[in-house]
Design a protein around this ligand. Structure first.
Ligand SMILES: Nc1ncnc2c1ncn2[C@@H]1O[C@H](COP(=O)(O)OP(=O)(O)OP(=O)(O)O)[C@@H](O)[C@H]1O
Ligand SMILES: [Mg+2]
Length: 272
């Protein structure tokens, strides 16, 4: 990505950009096949720089699909979605890779390469969008320095040389976050990043993500299943039910009773 060509950066309007949403979704509809039912149905959503947004919804409500749409992994059937200057409805040739290289992704299962060292896993983040991962072992010294700094930031610099598979889940998730930061992301999407972690580590990881949102000034969208975690660790909450956004507001203005609208009996029966 170059500073001049990227739709993420417009130097002349940098001050004003801080107040503009980075992500703008309007009347978004998604179905996975022409005759399949809508999985997202009329979703409107803005994500602003510097905010940690919790995405709630029962299993199957469309949380992962919404995140996939923002990185071009799910088809848009109607409405619009913009990420930075990228128009997801009309991506030009080569823009998909550029978009994805600017979006840090964090997953429930960490998605590290277990036999490689922690440091190499983080360095892999710097290769995102650079083509096949055949450059392993040829990292620049400044990248190694940055990777170590990021490991220090997430609290596991002392594990840098260990194989990733030997770390605990909480440690692996922090490596995954360091890897995402290595991309210098303009947006972070974390899909159930704490679903495999114990309550204490869940809080640690969510506060880490929130501090990244605030300090880096980027939006962080985090899907969660545990309502109290959303209430304790987000700036804003949005809730999906059956593909529709049924609740949206500042976390400080919401309580568990208001958020119960996200879940209903039918959804609970679908839970695995
Ligand atoms: N690739 C796909 N092809 C067809 N249908 C899909 C695909 N991915 C998801 N779906 C369907 O879309 C709906 C929403 O799925 P999605 O994974 O977005 O839900 P979710 O809210 O992330 O659920 P969970 O909490 O279980 O992760 C489900 O009915 C699912 O079966
Ligand atoms: Mg999901």
């Amino acid at each position: 990505m170059t500073a001049v060509s990227t739709p993420f950066v417009a130097p002349s309007t940098a001050g004003a950009q801080a107040r503009l949403p980075l992500v703008t979704v309007r009347d978004l509809r998604v179905r996975y096949a022409p005759d399949a039912p809508l999985v997202l149905d009329g979703v409107d959503l803005d994500l602003h720089p510097g905010e940690m947004v919790a995405l709630l919804g029962a299993s199957g409500s469309g949380k992962s699909t919404l995140m996939k749409t923002l990185t071009g992994f799910a088809p848009i059937s109607g409405g619009t979605a913009r990420v930075g200057g990228f128009d997801l409805n009309n991506l030009r040739r080569g823009q998909l890779r550029e978009l994805r290289s600017n979006v840090g992704q964090v997953f429930q299962q960490f998605n590290l390469i277990g036999r490689l060292s922690v440091l190499t896993n983080v360095l892999a983040g710097s290769l995102y969008g650079a083509g096949p991962l055949n450059l392993l072992g040829t990292f620049r010294s400044e990248d190694r320095k940055r990777a170590l700094e990021l490991l220090d930031r997430v609290g596991i610099a002392h594990k840098a040389d260990q194989e990733a598979r030997t770390l605990s889940g909480g440690q692996q998730q922090r490596v995954a976050i360091a890897r995402a930061l290595m991309q210098r992301p303009k947006l972070i999407l974390a899909d159930e990043p704490v679903a495999s972690l114990d309550p204490k580590m869940s809080r640690t990881v969510l506060e880490l993500l929130r501090s990244i949102a605030h300090q880096e000034g980027i939006p962080v969208l985090v899907s969660l299943h545990v309502l109290p975690l959303a209430l304790a660790h987000s700036d804003r909450i949005v809730g999906l039910r059956h593909g529709e956004l049924v609740v949206q507001g500042a976390t400080s203005q919401l309580d568990a009773a208001q958020l119960a609208v996200v879940y209903d009996v039918d959804d609970e029966e679908e839970e695995d």
